[in-house]
Design a binder for this molecule. Structure first.
Ligand SMILES: [Zn+2]
Ligand SMILES: [Zn+2]
Length: 191
């Protein structure tokens, strides 16, 4: 779905859409959409700027920062956005989600601090899917844990300490058999 300036010149747009997982390309493997994403928004033209107000809701699967297991999170961000027309920026710059002050136009001054929250559109409008993808990126938590007391991975042996016991410590040896164990260890290790 396209939010076109031509149409906005005639009337403001009220949109309600649902995107099933896989329809939006989020350009990352850091998370995965795991439930339908619904979006409700109103778009109108203010001068040459497109003003979009709305909200979306979905569920994403992220990775626990400690144990690396998948974690699902609901998200329902609201947004209030202004997109300014920009004559020529590359698609790459425009959709670099990692830099919030995206779209530094060649030969122009980049966005000033007041511009944060301001996006840019090229040509004659915006794709709804791009607006949505960007808002999902911005709403992602910086870090998630599967549970508050997640014990993470052992830095030594790498086991998931929520499920398994650490294997770093050598098994206890009967002191009477210690010389034998030592001999066996020496034998295994080529000198
Ligand atoms: Zn965890
Ligand atoms: Zn360990």
């Amino acid at each position: 779905m396209f939010i076109g300036v031509k149409e906005l010149e005639r009337h403001k747009l009220t949109l309600r859409e649902e995107f099933v997982p896989g329809t939006i390309d989020f350009r990352t493997r850091d998370f995965r959409q795991v439930a339908p994403l619904s979006v409700d928004l109103e778009a109108e033209l203010e001068g040459a700027e497109i003003h979009i107000v709305g909200r979306l809701a979905t569920r994403v699967e992220l990775t626990c920062a400690r144990c690396l297991e998948p974690v699902e999170r609901e998200m329902a961000p609201r947004f209030d956005l202004v997109y300014r027309p920009v004559a020529a920026i590359s698609r790459e710059e425009r959709f670099d989600f990692r830099s919030p002050s995206r779209a530094t136009v060649e030969g122009e001054i980049g966005p000033t601090p007041e511009d944060l929250g301001v996006g840019f559109y090229v040509d004659d409008g915006l794709f709804l899917a791009d607006v949505v993808a960007e808002q999902v990126h911005l709403a992602l938590p910086m870090k998630v844990v599967c549970r508050e007391d997640c014990r993470g991975l052992c830095p030594g042996c790498g086991v998931n300490l929520n499920r398994e016991r650490c294997r770093c410590r050598a098994p206890a040896v009967d002191p009477r058999l210690a010389p034998l164990a030592e001999w066996a260890a020496r034998k295994k290790k080529p000198e």
